[in-house]
Design a protein around this ligand. Structure first.
Ligand SMILES: C[S@@+](CC[C@H](N)C(=O)[O-])C[C@H]1O[C@@H](n2cnc3c(N)ncnc32)[C@H](O)[C@@H]1O
Length: 253
């Protein structure tokens, strides 16, 4: 079985966990929605309309994107049929399509904005996916990407979780700052900013991966989250983050 087939099976199996645990339990839901809000806040301040949610999962980002861009035309794509069917059921007004982010079935210049949270580390060829992102953006279109950040603090815990939980593929990767920067720049897009996200609260935000985390008190979780936002602004220290965020624009000029 190749990596994409494994990926599809894995996420068909995880779709219920996402919907019924991660996105329903208070900490997981709060974190996921605030994270999307944070990503949207890093985009240029324009009334974007055509928005692509790349590797959208169950479409959890939909409601937050709608809040930020009330006139939006949302399209969510994902390789997993099960994830897409959950999205369709939850948000029937939106468009959800089963599609591979390495082969986007859209014409050039179809979207104003692309949001790609936790998707590139799932694909065999992230360079190809980035080229597809560039192709389907309009000339002044923008992209925001959030991916697992690899550093001395995050590398080992991720490897251990991979071994003990069965919720990851052995080839799921994570990116150092220099690796993701160079992938992005090689795609030919303009890099507008690198940011970091996720410190103290992040490990408690995934009750679907470690079930006991659902008992972590919500008030304490929100307190840690406020610290996370503060830490993300402190130069150097902020690089200890679990996630790295890239903001960019299609055109170099
Ligand atoms: C960690 S989940 C993130 C989902 C969503 N973006 C979010 O933030 O909640 C990764 C998603 O990528 C999808 N995926 C993996 N490989 C893909 C591919 N080649 N094309 C499109 N989606 C893919 C998986 O099915 C899964 O739903």
């Amino acid at each position: 079985m190749n990596r994409k087939e494994r990926e599809k099976i894995l996420h068909d199996q995880l779709a219920d966990n996402y919907e019924l645990i991660r996105e329903s339990q208070a900490n997981g839901r709060y974190y996921s929605l605030e994270w999307v809000r944070h990503l949207l806040g890093l985009l240029p301040n324009k009334p974007f309309v055509k928005i692509l949610d790349l590797g959208c999962g169950t479409g959890i980002a939909y409601e937050v994107i709608r809040e930020a861009f009330p006139k939006m035309e949302y399209v969510g794509i994902d390789l997993s049929e099960k994830m897409i069917s959950v999205g369709k059921r939850k948000y029937p007004q939106a468009q959800f399509i089963v599609m591979d982010c390495e082969n986007l079935e859209f014409s050039d210049g179809s979207f104003d904005v692309i949001i790609a949270r936790s998707i590139l580390h799932h694909v065999p060829n992230p360079e190809r996916s980035l080229r597809e992102i560039k192709r389907v953006l309009v000339g002044d279109g923008a992209v925001v990407i959030s991916e697992p950040h690899r550093n001395v603090f995050t590398f080992l815990p991720r490897e251990i979780l991979k071994m003990i939980t069965g919720k990851f593929d052995k080839e799921h990767t994570n990116f150092t700052t220099s690796k993701i920067r160079s992938l992005f720049v090689t795609s030919g897009m303009r890099l507008d900013g690198i940011h970091y996200f996720g410190y103290l609260a992040y490990p408690f935000a995934f009750p679907d991966i470690i079930k006991v985390l659902k008992y972590f008190p919500f008030k304490l979780f929100k307190f840690l989250f406020r610290w996370d936002l503060f830490l993300s602004k402190i130069p150097v220290l902020n690089r200890a983050a679990w996630h790295i965020i890239i903001v960019g624009t299609k055109e170099l000029g």
